[in-house]
Unconditional design. Structure first.
Length: 500
C-alpha cells in the first residue's frame, strides 16, 4: 500500500475508512458496519470518522453546510482518487519527494525553510520511504532530496508514485507545461493510455531538463535485437543539445511502455500488435515453459482451453510482464509487489503465488538475470493473471453455510442461487450443526430456537431481511468473501497450505 509510505497512521486509517464506506450499500452505512469492515472498536471508528469528516468538509464545503449526520452525507461527492490526492499533497514526505524530483536546483536547506521542518524530523518521517527506495536499489540525497541510483529504476518509481497519486486528476509537474506534452502523446485509441503516456513523457522531460540521462538500455537491445519498437517521440528538434545515443535510449525506454507494456491483452483486443517476431525468442520460451510448469503442477485445476490461440494469448500477457522487468530491472532490483496490495492481503497469498515465485527464482541467472532481480514483483503480477486459470479451494478453506428461511418463501431460492455462484461456499443441510461457519436466517429466533450449543462457538449469524434488494445480495457476496479471506488468513497462520 503506497499510502503507508507517504501518510501517517491516522491518514492511512481515514483513507481506509473512506474505501470501506464507498464499498457499502447506502442503507448499510453506519459506524458499526464501518468499524466491522476495518476491525476497529466503536470508539476508534467514531474518532477516525470525525477526523475524516473534517477532511471531507475541506474538500467539499457544500457537504458541511448540510449535515454532519452520517446518513445525510452524500459520499458519492467524494471520490477516492480525489481524497488520496488531498492526503498526499498534505504529506511532508510526498512534498519532499516531489520537491527533490521536480525542482531545478533542490537543496534540503531551502525545503526545510519553506516547509518549517528540521532534517531530523523529516528523516524520521521518511523511514518507510527509504525502505521503499531500497526495494528499487535507490537512495535519497540528504543534501538535495534527489533520488540516486539506476536511472531506469528512478524513472519507474517516479511514474508509479505520480501516476498512482494524481491518477489523471491534475498535471503533476510544475516544471513543464502539460500542453507541450499532450502534443507528443500519440495514443488516441485509449484515453487512459494517453494519460499514462503523458505522465511518462512528463517524467522524461523533467529528467532531461535536469541532465539525468538513461546511460544504458542493454536490456532493451537484448529483448528486441535489431528492431525498433514503435514511433520515436523524443526528437532532436526537441532536445538539440542532448547526445543522440541518450535520445535513442530515451525512446527505447518510452517505447518499452508505450508499445509493449501498455498494449491491451489479446484476450480483450485480439487485434493488438503481435510482437512474436520482434522479441527475443528466449522470452517466449520462458513463458511457455512457465505455462507448462503450472499445467503439470495443478493438473485438472489448471483450466485453459487447448486452443493454441488462447495459450498464445496467455503467453503474450506473461511476456509483457517478464519482458518489462527484463528491461527495467536489468541493472538493479525492483520489489514493487508490497506497494500494490493492502498489507492484510499478504496472509492470504496462496501456494499459487509461491509456485510462481519459486519458478522465476530458479531461472538461469546467466540467461535471465534481470528476471531474478524482480522475482517478487513478477510473482505478484502473474498471480493476478494465473488465478483466473487455477480453480479449486482446499477442503479446510471452504465456508460451510446453513440457510434457514421461511418455508415457501422465494427468498430461499434467491439465497441459494447467490451462494452457488461462489466456489468457496458449500451449503449445508438444515439438519447439520457441527460443521457450520455461517448461519443465514430470516428468523431472529435462530439459532437459539434450536439450541445455540449445538453449533460451533465461533458461528457467524447473518440475519436476512425477506424484502432484501438485489444490491443486498451482491453485498452479501462481498461480506462472505471477506469472511472467507479471514478464514484463509487463520489457516495460513496455522501453517495450512492454501490452494486458492
Amino acid at each position: 500500500m503506497l499510502e503507508t509510505v507517504f501518510l501517517g497512521k491516522q491518514d492511512v486509517e481515514k483513507y481506509q475508512m473512506l474505501t470501506v464506506i464507498k464499498s457499502l450499500p447506502k442503507a448499510e452505512i453506519n459506524l458499526s458496519a464501518i468499524g466491522n469492515g476495518l476491525g476497529f472498536t466503536y470508539q476508534k471508528t467514531y474518532n477516525i470518522f470525525q477526523a475524516l469528516l473534517d477532511d471531507i468538509f475541506d474538500l467539499d464545503p457544500e457537504i458541511s453546510n448540510r449535515s454532519s449526520k452520517i446518513e445525510s452525507i452524500n459520499f458519492d461527492r467524494i471520490a477516492i482518487d480525489s481524497y488520496r490526492l488531498f492526503l498526499f499533497k498534505n504529506s511532508i514526505v510526498f512534498q519532499a519527494f516531489d520537491y527533490g524530483f521536480t525542482n531545478a536546483n533542490p537543496t534540503f536547506e531551502n525545503f526545510s525553510n519553506s516547509h518549517f521542518t528540521s532534517k531530523s524530523t523529516l528523516n524520521r518521517r521518511m523511514t518507510n520511504f527509504r525502505k521503499m527506495l531500497k526495494n528499487f536499489g535507490l537512495k535519497i540525497s540528504n543534501a538535495t532530496l534527489e533520488l540516486k541510483g539506476d536511472e531506469k529504476n528512478i524513472r519507474w518509481l517516479a511514474y508509479f508514485i505520480y501516476w498512482y497519486t494524481f491518477h489523471g486528476l491534475e498535471w503533476p509537474f510544475k516544471l513543464i507545461q502539460q500542453d507541450t506534452i499532450e502534443k507528443m502523446a500519440d495514443r488516441d485509441d485509449n484515453p487512459v493510455a494517453k494519460l499514462q503516456l503523458e505522465a511518462l513523457l512528463g517524467i522524461s522531460r523533467v529528467r532531461l531538463i535536469k541532465h539525468h540521462y538513461l546511460e544504458d538500455m542493454s536490456g532493451f537491445d537484448e529483448l528486441f535485437p535489431q528492431h525498433k519498437l514503435g514511433k520515436d517521440l523524443i526528437t532532436r528538434a526537441d532536445y538539440s543539445l542532448i547526445p543522440m545515443d541518450k535520445l535513442d535510449n530515451e525512446n527505447k525506454y518510452i517505447n518499452t511502455l508505450k508499445d509493449f507494456c501498455f498494449q491491451p491483452s489479446h484476450f480483450l483486443v485480439p487485434e493488438s500488435p503481435d510482437l512474436t517476431d520482434q522479441i527475443n525468442p528466449k522470452i517466449y520460451g520462458l513463458a511457455y515453459k512457465f505455462i507448462n510448469f503450472m499445467k503439470n503442477k495443478y493438473q485438472s485445476k489448471f483450466e485453459i482451453t487447448s486452443d493454441p490461440k488462447a495459450i498464445k494469448y496467455l503467453a503474450d500477457d506473461i511476456v509483457r510482464d517478464i519482458g518489462f522487468y527484463y528491461i527495467i530491472a536489468h541493472d538493479a532490483q525492483i520489489k514493487l509487489g508490497s506497494y500494490t496490495r493492502d498489507p492484510s492481503e499478504y496472509n492470504t497469498l496462496s501456494s499459487t503465488y509461491e509456485s510462481i515465485y519459486n519458478f522465476f527464482a530458479n531461472v538461469d541467472p546467466n540467461e535471465y538475470g534481470p528476471i531474478r532481480n524482480s522475482v517478487e514483483s513478477i510473482a505478484h503480477d502473474l498471480y493476478k493473471v494465473m488465478i483466473n486459470y487455477i480453480r479449486g479451494v482446499s477442503d479446510e478453506d471452504i465456508l460451510h453455510i446453513k440457510v434457514l428461511t421461511d418455508v415457501g418463501n422465494q427468498v430461499e431460492g434467491l439465497l441459494m442461487n447467490t451462494l452457488s455462484s461462489m466456489e468457496f461456499i458449500a451449503v449445508q443441510p438444515s439438519n447439520v450443526y457441527k460443521n457450520v461457519d455461517i448461519l443465514i436466517t430470516t428468523l431472529d429466533a435462530f439459532p437459539d430456537a434450536e439450541g445455540r450449543d449445538r453449533y460451533p462457538d465461533d458461528l457467524i449469524v447473518i440475519p436476512w431481511n425477506q424484502t432484501a434488494l438485489r444490491s443486498d445480495y451482491m453485498y452479501l457476496l462481498v461480506r462472505l468473501y471477506h469472511i472467507y479471506t479471514d478464514k484463509l488468513q487463520r489457516n495460513h497462520e496455522k501453517g495450512s497450505r492454501i490452494e486458492y
